[in-house]
Write a protein of this length. Structure first.
Length: 122
């Protein structure tokens, strides 16, 4: 199945919503099921391109860093991401800084692009 631009954007929004819900629930079983569903979206959307050999694989990003990148990748501002994730804007900024460092990215846009290139988010 070919993934159209509109379907890819919908998949990105759904992925981000699932990650937000997984991060917010204290129920371990539900958290696991939501993370499995988000992983399925990654599988179904396929790789947006080959992983570049000139860009090293990032250090392990935490689940919350991936959550923040997923939400920011939908076009959300830091304050919108904070609201969706149930954290403060400063917390979002901190996660973004750490993710940017791990991904060797100079901006939030390049961090999202790198996360997509490494198939961490759709």
């Amino acid at each position: 199945m070919t993934v159209t631009a509109a379907r890819l954007e919908e998949a990105r929004r759904t992925f981000a919503q699932l990650r937000c819900q997984a991060g917010a629930t204290p129920d371990a079983d539900l958290k696991h099921r939501l993370r499995e569903m988000s992983a399925q979206i990654l599988t179904e959307t396929g790789s947006p391109g080959a992983i570049s050999r000139t860009h090293p694989r990032p250090e392990n990003l935490t689940s919350r860093e991936i959550d923040v990148l997923a939400v920011v990748g939908t076009g959300a501002t830091n304050s919108e991401a904070a609201e969706q994730l149930g954290v403060s804007t400063e917390t979002v900024k901190g996660y973004l800084r750490t993710a940017m460092h791990k991904l060797q990215a100079a901006s939030r846009y390049s961090a999202v692009h790198a996360a997509r290139r490494h198939r961490l988010i759709p």
